[in-house]
Design a protein around this ligand. Sequence first.
Ligand code: AMP
Length: 445
Amino acid sequence: MEKEKATSGKSLTNFKSFNLHHLIEAGIEGAGYAVPSPIQAASIPSILSGRDVMGLAHTGTGKTAAFVLPILQRLMDGPRKRVRALIVAPTRELAEQTHEAITELGRRTKVKSVTVYGGVNKNPQIAKLRNGAEIVVACPGRLLDLVNHGEIDISQVEVLVLDEADRMFDMGFLPDIKRIIKCLPVKRQTLIFSATMPADIRGLVQEVMSNPVNVQVGDSNPVSTVSHAIYPVEQHLKTALLMKLLEGTDTESVLVFTRTKHRATRLATQIAQAGFVAASLQGDLPQTKRQAVLSGYRNGKYQILVATDIAARGIDVSSISHVINYDMPDTVDAYTHRIGRTGRAAKTGDAFTFMTHEERGFIWGIEKALGETVEKRTLQDFNYGVPAPAGNDGGHNRPRPQQPPARRKSFTTVQGKAVLHQPTASAGAARPSFPGRDREKRSGR
Ligand code: AMP
């Protein structure tokens, strides 16, 4: 396998060097992209030349445009109103975001993209497919459903993209993916993007790709512009500590992770009751509500979003300044995915992780993966001595494995990144920057 290693330093190329169609260049300019990101610089030439590419890259690296731009270039020639590119994504949010990227970058090209995913009425999707589209961005289940009912013809697909492949495997989509691939022409270009390279992905690469070029961003670092901190705290004090942090930290947009849907809903309510503008995103929400919450978060209506892992997958909000792990993630990979929500597009971000006594061992895994010790912080003006209400730890204080997770990754982080605001001993020293919060308070909610 050939290897292209993208450095995380400055990109040497510019978009002109790809010789893309001028209508696509207009889209790039419209999106405000000045220079290609490292993954784009390393993978676009190979994809344009028709090679299969295995891209090891996290979200936030610009991987979407890395495959969207060459796909648009290919589609400028040849038949229209026929599905020629298929992008398979693990979640509807990611599918929608990819569709939006295609719409933005391909605005002038008249290339059409349609999203196909479950949880919503299939008829509008079928109607759009019948109108004719060249790109389909799909989640596996609904795609197979429409294929089996003859509503979509993928027999002439020229390019297949499996995006966030590791997450699709984690979610159990491997059998569906294999079924989808059986419906595609054998002669095609296959692009796989994944944040990690577990054995099942390696197996799939060998099975479905032909002599792929391997493209990797840096050392597969999660997002090099993120600084990490651990906040040791007992389970029953997590909510109080979160409020204290939100009060005392200068934040732009905050994403809080909980372990369960119920906890996400409850915590968002508690945060809102404390006067912040917050919403929750979890898998039980109907699709229309999810979209409303996401767009509210994206446009700044909600400064705080409380989400579960699956719901948050693929959230692309470039202004997230803080990711707070209210509950510890289950694996190092999940940690990486979560913090990949901040520090996007070369902005900086902070990742705060609450750690109960039982979870200390898990931090070793994260530290081993990061290749450094993560700073432990305590707030001087926070009362850590408040006892737990008798018999109540919320039932969530389940012990964690003391062993670091087996999957080893070699991350690097930018050292010495300044913390936006270090909470201090003086209560209320920093003015929280939540304009919407004041608005909300005034409106008496
Ligand atoms: P992705 O990793 O594809 O989810 O992209 C992360 C974010 O980076 C998205 O908001 C993109 O719009 C943005 N982005 C992608 N490529 C570039 C680029 N070359 N310059 C600036 N922003 C970019």
